[in-house]
Design a protein around this ligand. Structure first.
Ligand code: NDP
Length: 300
């Protein structure tokens, strides 16, 4: 495998340690403890795992963690009341509503009811607009994690050709904005893109955020390119035992690693960076709320 492995697990540990150092300083020098509130509606098993993991890591870096677990049939008014209370709680600096929400709840309405300065997921329409216009915003965690890994690996990505495959609001579009912000020449590809292999072959940086297992093979990759695989796909793995599964990304790891200059694995690549960036965003939000200097290197 000639490609350098970009180790997201190790990088995420470094980010968490930077966050923990900053939290220690906020507490000792200013008497402030950053607080993150996570709201979960219903009992979706995957969401429960994510929320537990977020709460655990929040506490591990020394921040205050608050969890609101609401019944699956919670009314929109009741959910909005919880968010309103958190918006007005001075001890809470970040609010995250775990998605997806049950169908009877309007996701856009709920997300846009979070105070933008506490919107640590960066999904509020104000933050989307601020990011799109190159202004200071809360940046969505997964693309922020990808950007941090690219900056760390390359130093500067200025002038590089970047192709983002996927145009979702939570990954593809904000990723493209961040790459543009760092002066890449950016192409966004999607399901209607013509000659996708040729488009991907032009890229110095490929970010795959499609949700299709191992869709991108090695012969689509320009020799020496950096491949960031956002995809998390669970496949049956009977060879590991009955009912067992394995995780794969959106790129064919083995064949891409033969051609690429650097590549993120799945698992252990982008995934661990997402929660680390959530913690980073919470510290950033806390510093902004208190008029204090933001930690360096933890935002876009
Ligand atoms: P979405 O389903 O919202 O978006 C997928 C995008 O891929 C769409 O824009 C779609 O195009 C495009 N697409 C689908 N099929 C093709 C194709 N054949 N060729 C080209 N483009 C295609 O997914 P998300 O952005 O939410 O997530 C993408 C992946 O990233 C998933 O595997 C998800 O699990 C993972 N993920 C990982 C995270 C992490 O922490 N590591 C966090 C968030 C997501 P179109 O718009 O035309 O339909």
């Amino acid at each position: 495998m000639p490609a350098t492995l970009i180790d997201g697990k190790a990088f995420a540990a470094r980010v968490r340690s930077q966050v923990a150092d900053h939290v220690t300083r906020l507490k000792s020098e200013h008497g402030i403890t950053p607080g993150l509130a996570v709201v979960l509606v219903g009992e979706d098993p995957a969401s429960q795992v994510y929320v537990r993991s977020k709460g655990k890591q929040t506490v591990e870096v020394g921040m205050k963690s608050v969890e609101h677990k609401l019944d699956v049939d919670t009314s929109e008014a009741d959910l909005l009341a919880v968010i309103d209370q958190l918006n007005n709680d001075p001890e809470i600096h970040g609010i995250l509503v775990q998605l997806p929400l049950p169908e009877h709840l309007d996701e856009d309405l709920v997300i846009n009811s979070i105070a933008p300065e506490k919107d640590v997921d960066g999904f509020h329409i104000s933050n989307v607009g601020l990011l799109g216009t190159g202004q200071k915003s809360m940046v969505p965690c997964t693309p922020l994690g990808c950007l941090m890994m690219l900056r760390d690996h390359h130093g500067s990505i200025l002038g590089m050709d970047a192709v983002v495959v996927g145009r979702s609001n939570i990954v593809g579009k904000p990723m493209a904005q961040l790459l543009l912000g760092d002066s890449c020449t950016v192409t966004i590809a999607h399901s209607r893109t013509k000659d996708l292999p040729d488009v991907v072959r032009r890229a110095d940086i490929v970010v795959a955020a499609v949700g299709r297992p191992e869709m991108i093979p090695g012969d689509w990759i320009k020799p020496g390119a950096t491949v960031i695989d956002v995809g998390i796909n669970r496949l049956d793995a009977p060879e590991r035992g009955e009912g067992k599964t394995r995780l794969v990304g959106d790129v064919q790891f083995e064949s891409c690693a033969e051609v690429a200059g650097a590549i993120t694995p799945v698992p252990g690549g982008v995934g661990p960076m997402t929660i680390a960036c959530l913690l980073a965003n919470t510290v950033t939000a806390c510093c902004r709320a208190n008029g204090l200097a933001e930690p360096e290197g933890l935002t876009a």
